[in-house]
Design a protein around this ligand. Structure first.
Ligand code: GLU
Length: 355
């Protein structure tokens, strides 16, 4: 369709996708979505010495995790050498490029940027411009670090007889000291965030919130963590348990967790039988035992009622928690009861009644 918006996200497979590149991906996706347009995924692997094996697969997996789908691609630059050589030939023929003594092809403008290296491989500048033209890209949305390239890219596109796309450069995510985001700025690769138990929704929401920043933005981990709490709160029990990789019955016990790593730790607290230790309140444990047997199968209301009745009866709930989990703190007691099968709860109660 004429006039349709076409954007592209063009990561280089040189390592893990970090939040800064993910911001570009989200911005492209949103720009296209808002205009009924298309996102092309392009893998900028022109430089084999910098490409890391497996990096492309990890980038695709990270994008899928973030929920960013693309309409076309992945288009790999490493598979498009013929197009670049052809473009270089046309530029040589029209006199806008010249061949150096070593065989490299350079653009004939002030900076004399290299288009084809002496070994015949295309540089990022040539590959990017040829691809943008052949893929019909209407809007190039990328980080401000590429602003210095825009003029050259537009000139190169015109020299190739193409209408240059519109270039939109967004501010970069930077560390607390205003410098480029790096390992020192904390967990910045999407894989690190995932390992830290931050749900994808939170990362996505954070990046959507930033939108297309004009200036550089400080990476705000506190904000991301707040969004993680909100994202986890919004997950239904079933999904929360699935993400934590635990049984669904454990979901209520995960509710206080601020991330999925904490959620797993809470689940662990409940599922791991405590070391046998005599309880300080045998009366409480006996009262619990009787009430638990009487109650049979528990739902949330029944579990809450059971704890409420014990409290009213003057039970020492701290001692009961210790008997059941071995820890003085943890998920709400009713959630612990809900998570523990009846026979396991009774077994733990009995274990604390030994002296
Ligand atoms: N591969 C480039 C990068 O990762 C993309 C630059 C562009 O969008 O033109 O920075």
């Amino acid at each position: 369709m004429a006039g349709a918006v076409r954007t592209r996200f063009a990561p280089s497979p040189t390592g893990l996708l970090h939040v800064g590149s993910a911001l570009t991906a989200v911005a492209n996706r949103r720009f296209a979505d808002e205009r009924g347009g298309v996102v092309v995924l392009r893998i900028d692997d022109t430089d084999p010495s910098r490409s890391e094996p497996g990096a492309e697969a990890r980038i695709l997996a990270d994008l899928a995790w973030l929920g960013i789908a693309w309409h076309e691609g992945p288009v790999r630059q490493s598979e498009r050498a013929a197009s670049y050589a052809d473009a270089a030939e046309r530029l040589l023929a029209s006199g806008t490029a010249e061949r150096a003594a070593d065989g490299a092809v350079r653009f004939r403008e002030e900076r004399r940027p290299t288009l084809l290296r002496a070994d015949g491989t295309a540089t990022y500048h040539l590959a990017s411009v040829v691809d943008d033209a052949e893929l019909g890209i209407t809007h190039v949305i990328r980080g401000k670090d590429h602003l210095p390239n825009a003029e050259l890219h537009a000139a190169l596109a015109r020299a190739l007889g193409a209408e240059p796309p519109e270039y939109v450069h967004h501010g970069l995510l930077v560390g607390a000291d205003g410098s480029k985001l790096s390992k020192r700025s904390g967990a910045v690769a999407l894989a690190d965030l995932r390992d830290a138990g931050i749900p994808a929704e939170a990362v996505r929401a954070y990046l959507e919130e930033l939108g297309l920043p004009r200036g550089n933005v400080r990476y705000d981990e506190t904000r991301l963590r707040r969004l993680a709490v909100e994202a986890l709160a919004a997950l239904p029990d079933e999904e929360l348990a699935r993400r934590a990789g635990v049984d669904r019955a454990l979901a209520p016990a995960l509710r206080g967790a601020r991330d999925l790593v904490e959620a797993r730790a809470l689940a662990d607290l409940v599922t791991r039988p405590p070391d046998p230790r005599a309880t300080e309140s045998p009366e409480t444990v006996r009262a619990f035992r009787a009430a638990r047997e009487r109650a049979g199968a528990l739902d949330e209301a029944a579990a809450r009622a059971l704890v409420g009745d014990l409290r009213k009866g003057g039970a020492d709930l701290r001692a009961l928690r210790l008997a059941l989990t071995g820890e003085p703190r943890g998920p709400e007691l009713w959630a612990v009861l809900l998570a523990l099968p009846c026979d396991e709860a009774l077994r733990r109660a009995d274990a604390s009644l030994i002296n």
